[in-house]
Design a protein around this ligand. Structure first.
Ligand SMILES: Nc1ncnc2c1ncn2[C@@H]1O[C@H](COS(=O)(=O)NC(=O)[C@@H](N)CS)[C@@H](O)[C@H]1O
Length: 437
C-alpha cells in the first residue's frame, strides 16, 4: 500500500478523554473513531488488524472441530422469553420495536438463538457432538463504556456453542475450547492465564476466563506464577484425551476476584510464586448443561430411545477487545509494537527523500519485492519530513522498517530497523529483502 493513497488519519496530540495507552494509541494511530459512546468506526488501519485477529480465531476454532455459521445481530424477543432471560438481562439489553410493533433486541450473546437453530434440525444423538460458532457484532448497553474498544457497547465477539448427549461428552467440548484458546492467544503473542471464573448471566457452574496480565486490566486476578509462563499446548489431537492438558493448568491456583480464596491461595502457593495482578479478560468459556435446552426443549432421542435435553456450553472471545489487550501488552513510548501475526502491514518502507531519483527507484524496488513476497508492505511515499515519517511508522507499530536514504544508497545500503528491539542493520537492498521475507 502506498501511504499517499491510503487513509491514515494519525493524530499529533493524545486525546484527553482516553485514559489508557491502548485507547490513546488506537485513536492517535488512526485505527478507530468514536461515533457514539462505546460505538466505533473501524478505520482502515484498525480494520486490517481486526481482520488478522479474526482470522487467527477462526483458524483455531476450525482446527478444534468447530463449524462456522453466521447468526443475525437482531434477535426476536420471544426466544429470550422462552429461556426466561428477557427480563433477567436488565438494562444492558438494547430492546427494539419494529414497524409491526414486534419486540426485537440487538443480541448481547446468542445462546437462545443457537439453541433454536439446533432444535430446528437435530433430533437424534447421532447428530452429536457439535460445536457451532460465529464471529458477529454484539451490543451491550454498558452503563460506563470506557477504555475505547476494551469496554465498548457494540463489539465483535467469537461465540461458539457446544451440543452433547451428556456431561462427559460436554466436558470433551469444554476441553477442546480450553486448549484452542491457549493456542489462539499464544499465536497473537499473548500470554493468557485460564482462571476459574464466575458464570454471571450466562449461567452454569463451570467457567474459566482467559486473562492477559496488564496493569490497566479491569479484573483483579490471583494465580501461581508457573501458569503465566507455561507455553501453549501447540499442535494437539483434538479427538484425543485433552483432560491432562487442562488438568495441568487447572491444578494450579488461578482465580479472578469473584472466585478468589485468599486462605487457599496462601496454603497452596508458596509466597515466591504468588501473583496478584490486574488482567484483561479476552475469553470466557462456560459449561452450563441443560440451562437453555430444558426450557427451549432442545431434545434428542438417545441410544436408549428416550428423549433427553442436550448438554451445552458457550465459549466467547473478545475479538475487538483483543486489539486493546495486545497493545496494552506490546507498546513503548513511541507507539504500538504489533506482533507479526496481527500487524496491519508486514513492513514499512520509508523513502527519506521523495523526489530524489535514486531514493524513489530503490524504494519502489524494495516495496515491489516485499509486496511480491506477500509481506503487505506500506510505502511512505509522502513528502513528509524524515522525522515525521519515522514517528508515524513507530506509532502504527509495523514490525520492520526499511529506511532508504541518499547517503546509504551511495554505498548500496539501506537500513532495516526491528521495531520491537530497536535494532538497526545496514544491508544491501537484496539482503534487506531476504532478511524480511
Ligand atoms: N463490552 C465489551 N466490550 C468488548 N468486549 C467485550 C465486552 N463484553 C464482553 N467482551 C468480550 O467478550 C468475551 C465473551 O463475553 S462473555 O460475556 O464473557 N461470554 C459470552 O457472551 C458467552 N455467550 C460466550 S459465547 C469476553 O471474554 C470479553 O473478552
Amino acid at each position: 500500500m502506498r501511504l499517499s493513497r491510503f487513509f491514515l488519519p494519525v493524530l499529533k496530540e493524545t486525546p484527553s478523554d482516553a485514559q489508557i495507552v491502548s485507547h490513546q494509541l488506537m485513536l492517535r494511530a488512526g485505527m478507530i473513531r468514536q461515533e457514539a459512546a462505546g460505538i466505533y468506526a473501524w478505520l482502515p488501519l484498525g480494520l486490517r488488524v481486526l481482520r488478522k485477529i479474526e482470522t487467527i480465531v477462526r483458524e483455531e476454532q476450525n482446527r478444534a472441530g468447530a463449524i462456522e455459521l453466521l447468526m443475525p445481530t437482531l434477535q426476536p424477543a420471544d426466544l429470550w422469553r422462552e429461556s426466561g432471560r428477557y427480563d433477567d438481562y436488565g438494562k444492558e439489553m438494547l430492546r427494539i420495536v419494529d414497524r409491526h410493533e414486534r419486540d426485537l433486541l440487538y443480541g448481547p450473546t446468542n445462546e437462545e438463538m443457537i439453541t433454536e437453530i439446533f432444535r430446528g434440525y437435530c433430533r437424534s444423538y447421532k447428530d452429536l457432538p457439535k460445536i457451532l460458532y460465529h464471529i458477529q457484532w454484539k451490543f451491550r448497553d454498558e452503563i460506563r463504556p470506557r477504555f475505547g474498544v476494551m469496554r465498548g457497547r457494540e463489539f465483535l465477539m467469537k461465540d461458539a456453542y457446544s451440543f452433547d448427549l451428556d456431561l462427559e461428552s460436554a466436558t470433551k467440548a469444554y476441553n477442546k475450547m480450553f486448549v484452542a484458546y491457549l493456542n489462539t492467544f499464544a499465536r497473537m503473542g499473548l500470554k493468557s492465564v485460564p482462571m476459574r471464573a464466575d458464570t454471571g448471566p450466562i449461567g452454569g457452574k463451570l467457567s474459566h476466563e482467559f486473562i492477559i496480565l496488564a496493569e490497566t486490566g479491569e479484573s483483579e486476578v490471583f494465580c501461581d506464577a508457573r501458569l503465566v509462563d507455561m507455553p501453549a499446548p501447540g499442535e494437539v489431537d483434538f479427538d484425543g484425551d485433552l483432560q491432562p492438558l487442562v488438568d495441568q493448568r487447572t491444578a494450579l491456583y488461578a482465580a479472578t476476584e469473584e472466585m478468589h480464596d485468599a486462605a487457599r491461595f496462601e496454603a497452596d502457593v508458596p509466597e515466591e510464586r504468588r501473583v496478584s495482578a490486574r488482567g484483561i479478560e479476552v475469553g470466557h468459556i462456560f459449561n452450563f448443561g441443560t440451562k437453555y435446552s430444558d426450557p427451549m426443549k432442545a431434545l434428542v432421542t438417545g441410544p436408549d430411545g428416550k428423549d433427553t435435553a442436550v448438554h451445552m456450553g458457550s465459549y466467547g472471545v473478545g475479538v475487538s477487545r483483543l486489539l486493546g489487550a495486545i497493545i496494552e501488552a506490546s507498546h513503548d513510548e513511541n507507539g504500538v509494537i504489533w506482533p507479526e501475526a496481527v500487524a496491519p502491514f508486514g513492513a514499512g518502507v520509508i523513502n527519506m527523500r521523495a523526489g530524489d531519483e535514486a531514493c524513489d527507484a530503490a524504494s519502489t524496488d524494495v516495496y515491489a519485492k516485499l509486496d511480491a513476497a506477500g509481506l503487505e508492505p506500506l510505502l511512505d511515499d509522502t513528502n513528509e519530513r524524515a522525522g515525521a515519517k519515522f514517528a508515524t511508522m513507530d506509532l502504527i507499530g509495523v514490525p520492520y522498517q526499511v529506511v532508504i536514504g541518499p547517503r546509504g544508497l551511495k554505498e548500496g545500503k539501506v537500513e532495516v530497523k526491528i521495531r520491537a528491539s530497536g535494532e538497526r542493520h545496514e544491508l544491501s537492498l537484496e539482503d534487506a529483502v531476504n532478511r524480511l521475507v
